[in-house]
Design a protein around this ligand. Sequence first.
Ligand code: ATP
Ligand code: MG
Length: 430
Amino acid sequence: MSQLQSLRGMVDLLPEALHRWQAVEAMAREHFQRSGFGEIRTPLLETTDLFCRGIGEGTDVVGKEMYSFQDRGDRSCTLRPEGTASVVRAAIQHGLLSQGAQKLWYAGPMFRYERPQAGRQRQFHQIGVEWLGADTARSDVEVIALAWDLLASLGVGGLELELNSLGTAEDRQAYRNALVAWLEQRSDALDPDSQARLSTNPLRILDSKNKTTQALLEDAPTLADALCDASRERFEGVQRGLTALGIPFQLNPLLVRGLDYYSHTAFEITSDQLGAQATVCGGGRYDGLIGQLGGAPTPAIGWALGMERLMLVLEAAAQADPQGVAAQLTARVFPDVYVVNRGGDAEPAALALARHLRAAGLWVELDASGSAFGKQFKRADRSGARWAVVLGDEEAKRGEVRLKPLKQKAEEFTVALAPVAAIVERLLSP
Ligand code: ATP
Ligand code: MG
């Protein structure tokens, strides 16, 4: 029988990697809490309509990448390809917006049918924030700083913030017309994908990875030229705010987000460690989305970062600086204690002792094999534990236990099995 495999682009996360993930997630959770953002968890499965309306039919995500199917009640369902539409749906559904601005964050798996490669999977994970009801340039600065500071606190270097403004819907309409008129005269020089986008989603052409198209675009009209005065002033306010916080950025007139509901500020944080899939975090303002999904028109801004890409950057940072934050955060961790035990009296006593030590807060690995002491000691060494707690039938009969240091220079002790507090004290002493 052929061996069962996970689906292409769907990746298992094993304990060793997850330990690093959890460290990052814990940092993120704390960072959001300190910044006044509350967690929201929405279903992985939503109506297909939510994403068609919330992301836009002309986008790659909706057009090519969604996992959609009919459920048993013949409803069209889709595994969420991103978090924003669901968060907005939930905020509208639960009337959160009538309670004032909402600062929300989420983390979890997203699904897109893409070509898997390094940093690109079909099930991947995002951490994201959405600030619903925020409209000032200041809120843009604060949200960008939230992403920047999180990445900095994780010890990630080599990051670059790229910034653009998409203006208002009217600015974009004017620009779209100008761009289409300009490109139509040169459509022979465009790659086939971009030619198709001329009629469906022309702004996405700016995002093209095709070299000839990129060269052609160097002379194309830019969004910056199409902004009205108010949009331009707003954008300058964002830039001043970032400069005041000492957050460096680069303007990138070709930066358009793939999703249609964005307006004004759009940004990406890229890493020089990532090769082709360089974008770790992307986000921007989406003032049109909440109204589009049936809520009272409400301005909003958010971002999402890709966990898989973040982990790749963190691993590179850890290698580059073995003493740095990223290295510490992703370092392997080891149990405090490995319990070596064998014999009819020793084994139940060891099980009871392990429970007591765990209740006292220690990380305890209990050898449950019953194999020879030599073999158990080998496993104890491999576990990386600081101490072996050794219980044979002789120790158990005497009501004692041996504490043997495995890594550190310390003496071996024999101590009474009770009280456990005395054992804990010995094990925790340096
Ligand atoms: P890309 O241009 O790389 O496809 P995107 O514009 O589709 O990115 P967003 O929708 O803005 O990406 O998602 C935010 C972040 O989520 C990205 O910057 C990236 O880090 C991550 N991400 C997006 N798609 C994937 C994927 N298929 N696999 C892994 N991470 C992803
Ligand atoms: Mg994409």
